[in-house]
Every structure is written in structure tokens, then in C-alpha cells.
Ligand binder design. Structure first.
Ligand SMILES: [Zn+2]
Length: 285
């Protein structure tokens, strides 16, 4: 049986099946997909349709159209990073349409990594953002270390999150900051929904942390937690129905979602905080 990708212990037991994938649990609190797709399959998975509402892939309705909504949430994160570091060289892993990097002020030298070549072609990054396309684990070792590495909604997508955290540590200067956002399966909302929780979406998500198991992984990888928080975010109403349709799998929710896409409420702004997504800022010791 596959070992835990967060702590390395052998899996304890099988928790549930979802979307044809078996999900295993570890005593550290992390859950994970028993047989994750191979790297080449993952690369194919994140083709442009993932970002354009392909339901089979549990992706986005329209990533670029959601950008104005994400901007507000990312602005808070950019402010927080500014409070901690002031500025410097930052690398955003899984930068997509550079929506986070665009929120950073002029005190930052902005770098990104994005696996989806198609996405970069469709939405080229702005001039002040340098994007490297490929698997983050193959990111070239730079002579000049980074002051900050950001992993917004990344660790739940990868089969080997420990390697991603260790790679981030390699690229950071001592005292540099790693910022991580993941779903928290120990949250009340996740526990209430069980396997229907909207972030249990294999193979889009492959690793499912608790806040404690994430903090432990960071500690074991040489990071000291500065702060953690459960921030809410602004989303279009249509996205709420989109996600709800995954949870309930009921025809009426699907109809509600389709109606919301056609009507004026499509982009109605809703603030959501289910306290099931945790953001952690940690410094390299
Ligand atoms: Zn574990």
C-alpha cells in the first residue's frame, strides 16, 4: 500500500471511493489517492478545457472570467506577504493567468511556474511577470534564491506534496517565506459532508491535508510557521451552484447552475467562508 505523501508512514486504511479512485488515510491526518495518475497523464489533464468548465475534470467554470473575483482574495494575500517581507523576488507555483502576481506591488520581482502550456498561450503573462513552463520539481536552480515561494491551491493537486515543499525550501533564502493554501479535511464543514466534501475531487485533488498535518510537513521540511488563517473569498454566484452540483449531484442543482449561467445573477458577488481552506505563512529556518 502506498506510503503517506505528507509524513511517509504506511497508509492506515481505505477511507472511501470517489470518482473511481480509492482514498487512503494516514495517522497524521492526511488522506490521499491510492493510485495517482502518472505525470504525463496529469499534464494532459490540465489542458485548456480544465480551465473552461469541463465537468468531467472538476475544474473551473472559466478561470479567466473568474479573475476579477480572485483578484480581491489574492490582493489580501499580496498585502499579507507585503506585511511580512516588504518585497523581493517571488515565485508563484501554478501561476495560471498570473492573477496573484498581478496583485503584487512594484517592490516585487515576479516569477511564475505553470504546467499548462495551453493556458499560457491563451493568456500570456504580463510583461513584468517571468513565467517558466513545466513541472515545478524540474525548475532550474537559480543562482539567486527567492524571498518568497507561494503555493496557492497547489499541494492538494500534486501526488508528492513533500517533494514540492522540499523543492520550495531549496529555492528560498534562509528566512524566506513559503505561503501555502490547501483545503482542511479536519474542518467542521469537511467532516459534516464526509466524502461529499467539495474538495474531495480526485484526480484534480490527490492529497487531502488537515491543518495539523500540513504544519507538521512544513516543520519537518525546515519551516517555522509565522501565521495561519481561514480567509473567505468572493466568488460569482454561478460558481457556488457549480460546486454545489458536485456535492449534491442532484438534477435540480444542475438546472440551477445552468440557469445562473444564462441569467443576470451569473456574476453576482458572494462572500463565502466555510472555514475549510487554510492559508499558512512559514519561514525557512
Ligand atoms: Zn501521514
Amino acid at each position: 500500500m502506498r506510503a503517506c505523501p505528507a509524513c511517509g508512514l504506511p497508509a492506515l486504511d481505505s477511507l472511501f471511493e470517489k470518482n473511481g479512485f480509492s482514498v487512503l488515510g494516514c495517522r497524521c491526518g492526511t488522506a490521499f489517492v491510492a493510485e495517482p495518475p502518472k505525470p504525463a497523464e496529469l499534464r494532459d489533464y490540465y489542458s485548456l478545457d480544465y480551465f473552461k468548465g469541463n465537468r468531467e475534470k472538476f475544474g473551473y467554470i472559466d478561470y479567466a472570467a473568474e479573475e476579477p473575483f480572485q483578484a480581491e482574495s489574492f490582493q489580501k494575500k499580496a498585502d499579507r506577504l507585503g506585511e511580512i517581507l516588504g518585497g523581493g523576488r517571488v515565485l508563484d507555483v501554478g501561476c495560471a493567468t498570473s492573477s496573484f502576481l498581478k496583485q503584487l506591488g512594484p517592490g516585487w520581482e515576479k516569477h511564475g511556474v505553470e504546467l499548462s502550456v495551453e493556458l499560457l498561450k491563451a493568456y500570456p503573462p504580463p510583461e513584468d511577470v517571468k513565467v517558466w513552463s513545466g513541472d515545478f520539481l524540474a525548475y532550474p536552480k537559480n543562482e539567486k534564491p527567492f524571498d518568497a515561494v507561494t503555493l496557492w491551491d497547489v499541494l492538494d493537486h500534486v501526488p508528492e506534496p513533500k517533494s514540492v515543499v522540499r523543492k520550495s525550501a531549496e529555492l528560498l533564502r534562509p528566512g524566506g517565506v513559503l505561503a501555502v493554501l490547501v483545503g482542511d479535511r479536519s474542518s467542521c464543514f469537511a467532516r459534516l459532508l464526509g466524502k461529499r466534501w467539495h474538495l474531495y475531487i480526485p484526480p484534480t485533488h490527490l492529497t487531502f491535508f488537515t491543518r495539523a498535518s500540513l504544519l507538521e510537513l512544513l516543520k519537518c521540511s525546515g519551516f517555522k510557521t509565522i501565521r495561519h488563517e481561514y480567509e473567505g473569498r468572493w466568488v460569482p454566484l454561478s460558481l457556488c451552484f457549480f460546486r454545489l452540483s458536485y456535492i449534491l449531484e442532484a438534477a435540480w442543482v444542475r438546472k440551477l447552475y445552468e440557469w445562473s449561467l444564462r441569467s443576470a445573477v451569473r456574476n453576482l458577488k458572494i462572500y463565502i467562508n466555510l472555514r475549510d481552506v487554510v492559508t499558512v505563512y512559514a519561514s525557512k529556518t
